[in-house]
Design a protein around this ligand. Structure first.
Ligand code: TYD
Length: 174
């Protein structure tokens, strides 16, 4: 089924001149770029994208952690996720980004597959993060910042719908 998904090229991807390489990875797998804008993101949009007031989202983010999840640690992970989200918001506002809508059969899961794992150092060869990523959770945590992983791609169809509405509220911004 033809789907749409939201992909962002984060400030590290733009700064490292990887826009072309990244878009090529999506296009060569059959995804079509249907909308694309380069911009400096604004704070309200970024706060809506990475939601600090959404506890479920924050706890979900806490799952992505090499120490694993346990009931006892949930509060600790929640607090850790709050910091991650604040760092992420700062990172997304730190330079120019690309926002785009990609279209095609199974676009949401295909774009995630092409993007790779969250931690670039654990992301397989052949994925964007695996091939172009130079960062890791370890490095990012040691430096107290978000991990530089080049790309955001919506995780689910619902997330894609929400994020497309958020980043492309009207056709007038393109
Ligand atoms: P998540 O949605 O779990 O990953 P993905 O981008 O692969 O869907 O996390 C959102 C972003 O949070 C992720 O791209 C990078 C950042 N992040 C960190 O910077 N440090 C961390 O320890 C974690 C778990 C995430």
């Amino acid at each position: 089924m033809n789907e749409q998904t939201l992909v962002l090229i984060k400030p590290d991807g733009v700064k490292r001149n990887l826009i072309g390489d990244i878009i090529k990875r999506f296009e060569e797998r059959g995804l079509k770029v249907s909308k694309l804008v380069m911009l400096t993101a604004d704070e309200p949009t970024v706060r809506e994208h990475y939601q600090l007031d959404n506890r479920d989202y924050l706890i979900h983010l806490g799952h992505v952690d090499i120490t694993g999840w346990s009931e006892e640690k949930i509060e600790e992970k929640y607090q850790k996720s709050v910091k991650i989200v604040k760092d992420l918001q700062k990172f997304l506002l730190s330079g120019k980004i690309i926002k785009m809508i990609l279209e095609g059969p199974g676009a949401v899961s295909l774009a995630r597959k092409i993007t790779g794992k969250t931690d670039p150092s654990l992301s397989p060869r052949g994925t964007i993060r695996g091939d172009f990523g130079e960062d890791s959770f370890d490095k990012a945590n040691a430096e107290g910042r978000a991990v530089y992983n080049l790309v955001h791609a919506s995780g689910t169809l619902e997330e894609a719908d929400r994020e497309i509405q958020l980043w492309f509220p009207t056709d007038s911004d393109i």
